[in-house]
Design a protein around this ligand. Sequence first.
Ligand SMILES: *Cc1c(COP(=O)(O)O)cnc(C)c1O
Length: 415
Amino acid sequence: MTEYPYRDRILHMESVSLADVASRFGTPCYVYSRAAIERQWHAFDAAFGKRTHLVCYAVKANSTLGVLQVLARLGSGFDIVSVGELERVIAAGGAPARTVFSGVGKRADEMRRALEAGIRCFNVESESELRRLDKVAGSLGKIAPVALRVNPDVDPGTHPYISTGLRENKFGIAREEALRIYHEAGRLAHVRVTGVACHVGSQIVTLAPFQDTAARMAELVRELKRDGLVVDHADLGGGLGVRHAAEQPPEPAILVQALCDAFAGMEVELHVEPGRAIVANAGMLLTRVEYLKQNGMKHFAVVDAAMNDLLRPALYQSWHDIVPVQAGGGAPERCYDVVGPVCESADFLGLNRPLAIAEGDLLAVRSVGAYGATMASNYNSRSRPAEVLVDGAQTWEIRRREALTDLWASEKLVQ
Ligand SMILES: *Cc1c(COP(=O)(O)O)cnc(C)c1O
């Protein structure tokens, strides 16, 4: 990736030395490349060509305001799963009119706020939700734009925790039920059917599940139109994987072309909801080696980042490349488990990594721009890291490191 060269043996992001970032903002610290985020967003957007479309960035992948702001300035749409994400989009300058609301458990207050803000569409995931939305919209004197999230029963071939489009998953409405519920929606006074939606999983690295899904959704749109329902858009979800090691995910342009092919000749606006594919490779986590130690045959690098900062290795067994920020320091190369200070054996960032490092060295954990900072917690009473956006030669601290007093700011002692 061109954004991350070594110059004078120091890892850079765009024109900024990551050693400088670490000394200015401390470690652990998330760093994001604005150029990488923008390039990925444009890769999706441009691939649609003249076809009407909307790229709705999935906010849960990385919801830091500065990241949302970069995307809002490109004219991005947004895919949200809570009212909190809606408020973030608005605070970052994003357009509610280009925002779609996904998720299986939308509360009435979340629906109200989204209706008041004037979002583009509710992706409804059950009959009960549809009826509740009708009631809430009615109480506000509004009509809710609705797509049903249909479960196409496609196996995305990914980790079970991030498969969402199988019959047995909690997400969406079963394909065989879809027509009946669409007709029910057509009879409700305060919802207006505008589209179809789906999302089958995450970190999908082959084209076939997307092609299957798109073909099934195109067939559904044909059936709905035949039945006289108005369908003005088809939302094909997110889920495109990124390269961590040997994966070879299709390029965004190839994916978008396959979606356009499945809908060739059909007059529907196409929506996609990529999260990971836009921000994952744009982000790194900087961490400092506190201790090197050996237990029996095993070498450990104990670093100052932990599972509370980056949960993915513990939760999904995800593999992230770990590289030294300063190359060629002359330390002997050994095979390390790179672990954090948290009291859990699952607290590792990487296992069996050949690294030539010394205590005090800086490491960069790669491809953590998605589902990194957003999943950070305060476990072990650790403050969450700073986040920095790099833009050419400039750096912006888009989230300051939490202060220790932030940890208990919302707590009260008993009287
Ligand atoms: C999580 C999610 C996405 C984004 O998934 P990525 O794998 O990050 O692209 C898109 N749509 C919905 C409904 C989601 O739940």
